[in-house]
Design a protein around this ligand. Structure first.
Ligand SMILES: [Zn+2]
Length: 404
């Protein structure tokens, strides 16, 4: 029987293990002396945990540092192939899947289109197929895998592993996807809201490395966000945090998919930009984009608008600026409310249009409370279109480490 003291000792040891692994992953190759200098752990604790991690093949000795006299210090680094996870990123049109190594790099990956209006069984079998396919492509034995992580559009209940009622994939409503995959593949499976997972991957491997508290904003066809608090996804109580896209930003704005009016998503998302492009084309504004889609404005898509903006087409540039203004103001409110160490912004619009990010940053910093103004507070995503699939795989690694 383990008493409370025993439990606490084990808990502290797990935290220390996590600190060392995280530190080596972020800074390796690195020596024990450097770990001791930059963490609050004692040299004895570091010695014991390093020996344990080497025995478990999670880290290894990779060479020697330059000596300042005496024995050369040994360099430690993580073993990228110590364990693997499967990451699945589900969006309204594609299933991305990848095998992620312990360093967070996809070793094999694939992307399949699917019909998001299909029925439950069809969609679930496409997801199963994508996991089967990536596992067999990797040629790795099953025992090397420590879990499957799924990033899915919300709303979902991560604690029950249940997808609730995603407006863009209606067939997945009330599907217990976690248990379905867990039973099928015999691996620990976790599901999480897509933007939360992207936040986690930027924290571990991208623009949020080394931070404790940050927010990720996904400016894509929809708009979502994920909050990281003390290096963990902040889910809300019991879940549902981060729905920045459904905060009202225009009191008289158009109706949103969620049923509310004037949501950020309804006025600034990729969907909103497409709708606004149609309105402007019908109004007959002068622009190459408008001329190309004149009398067939229903055919304009976000790719065409982004391409036109990259060529400085005035209509496309104006539409992106209009969107950036709303997003920037929404983020100024977030800065005032939460003051995170950083807000990382990704998604199609930011990844493809660097000017869009600059606009958002300028507006957010000029509209937030001046005391909190900090130039480094807003950063573009580093992992870009891979943030979802890498983050999904990271869910499995995070779970594995916290159980270790
Ligand atoms: Zn809404």
């Amino acid at each position: 029987m383990i008493d409370n003291k025993g439990k606490n000792i084990r808990h502290v040891k797990n935290i220390n293990r996590h600190v060392i692994l995280q530190f080596i992953r972020d800074n390796g190759p690195i020596t024990k002396v450097e770990i001791a200098a930059q963490t609050s752990l004692s040299f004895t604790a570091i010695n014991n945990l390093v020996d344990e991690l080497i025995r478990e093949h999670l880290i290894s000795e990779t060479g020697y540092d330059i000596s300042s006299g005496g024995r050369k210090p040994i360099l430690l680094d993580i073993n990228p192939d110590a364990v693997y996870t499967v990451g699945v990123h589900l969006s309204a049109s594609t299933i991305k899947s990848a095998v992620i190594n312990f360093r967070g790099l996809p070793v094999v990956q694939e992307e399949a289109k699917f019909d998001s209006t299909a029925d439950r069984d069809t969609i679930v079998s496409r997801i199963i197929q994508s996991v089967e396919s990536i596992l067999s492509k990797s040629k790795l034995p099953r025992e090397r895998f420590v879990g499957i992580g799924v990033a899915s559009p919300g709303p979902l209940d991560p604690n029950k592993g249940l997808i609730l009622s995603p407006p863009n994939i209606p067939g997945l409503a009330s599907v217990p996807l976690r248990d379905i995959l867990q039973d099928r593949f015999g691996m620990t499976t976790l599901i999480e809201k897509d933007a939360n997972v992207m936040a986690l991957s930027e924290l571990w491997y991208g623009a949020g490395r080394g931070l404790n508290n940050m927010i990720y904003v996904d400016a894509d066809i929809g708009i979502g966000s994920g909050i990281i608090f003390n290096r963990k996804i902040y889910q809300g109580f019991p879940y549902g945090a981060g729905e920045i896209g459904h905060g009202t930003i225009d009191l008289d704005g158009p109706r949103c998919n969620c049923g509310n009016y004037g949501c950020l998503e309804a006025v600034a998302s990729g969907m909103a930009i497409i709708r606004r492009a149609g309105e402007e084309i019908r109004r007959g504004v002068g622009s190459e984009l408008a001329a190309k889609y004149f009398e067939r404005e229903d055919a304009v898509d976000i790719g065409a608008i982004i391409e036109a903006a990259q060529r400085q087409d005035p209509l496309a540039v104006n539409l992106l600026n209009e969107s950036a203004r709303y997003v920037g103001i929404a983020l100024a409110n977030v800065i005032n409310m939460i003051t995170p160490e950083s807000i990382v912004i990704g998604g199609l619009l930011v990844n493809e249009c660097p000017d869009y990010f600059k606009q958002i940053k300028g507006i957010a910093l000029s509209r937030c409370f001046a005391t909190f103004h900090k130039d480094s507070m807003l950063q573009p995503s580093e992992l870009k279109h891979q943030a979802g699939v890498i983050g999904a795989g990271t869910l499995g690694i995070e779970q594995y480490l916290s159980n270790g």
